[in-house]
Design a protein around this ligand. Structure first.
Ligand code: 5GP
Length: 206
């Protein structure tokens, strides 16, 4: 057991890059991590349960939460508002649980400013051609696909701001990368100080 607070992981990437499947698989493989459930003003899509995919709230409730400073970060993405609950994240971290946020680049910037120790990851597609294929595979009209491409490339353009960059070419290997990043962050020297001091006191300066 360690008395360290949990770590905050921020995973970004546009739709079509596979980040939702990756973060779900990450928290399944590493049960010590939990996925934060965001608040949003957008309507639920088919199969999305309130409190699981998102907390679905009205624009009024969102604005009230924002005014009360209840968001660790929040952003307008396309036509809707999205935000991460600050108290929920703080409670998990203080209880020693690590939390994964799946948010956009604007939110990542705010998270970094508020919690500089957070670990940020951008997920990239292996190529623009593959991204276009993933975004256009639904028989949609070309103008819509081009708009999605523009939005996706704008998000991806922020990759230099991130600590780690994972290319989702093969799902399993991208997942291995995410697991490795989280494991390495947990093994950082500063996080091992408490363990060394209690378990190997002989190594502590006298
Ligand atoms: P969707 O509506 O397709 O579920 O998500 C649209 C975008 O909003 C995605 O890029 C997703 O990462 C982002 N998003 C979801 N939740 C949050 C949040 O709490 N904060 C921010 N900043 N972005 C979010």
């Amino acid at each position: 057991m360690s008395s360290n607070p949990g770590l905050l992981y921020v995973v970004c990437g546009p739709s079509g890059v596979g980040k939702t499947s990756l973060v779900r698989a990450l928290v399944e493989r590493r049960p010590a991590l939990s996925l934060s459930v965001s608040y949003t003003t957008r309507a639920p899509r088919a199969g999305e349960q309130d409190g699981v995919a998102y907390h679905f709230v009205t624009a009024g409730r969102f604005a009230a939460m924002q005014a009360a400073g209840e968001f660790l970060e929040h952003a307008q993405v396309f036509d809707h508002h999205y935000g991460t609950s600050a108290p929920a994240v703080a409670q998990a971290l203080q209880g020693g649980r690590s939390v994964v946020l799946e948010i956009d680049w604007q939110g990542a910037r705010q998270a970094r400013a508020r919690l500089p120790g957070c670990v940020t990851v951008m997920v990239l597609p292996p190529s623009v051609a593959v991204l276009r294929e993933r975004l256009g595979g639904r028989g949609d009209d070309p103008a819509l696909i081009e708009r999605r491409m523009r939005d996706a490339l704008a998000e991806l353009g922020h990759w230099p701001e991130f600590d780690y960059v994972v290319v989702n070419d093969r799902f399993e290997s991208a997942l291995d990368d995410l697991c490795a990043i989280t494991r390495a962050a947990e093994r950082a020297r500063e996080r091992q100080r408490t363990w060394v001091a209690t378990q190997l006191p002989e190594l502590s300066p006298g």
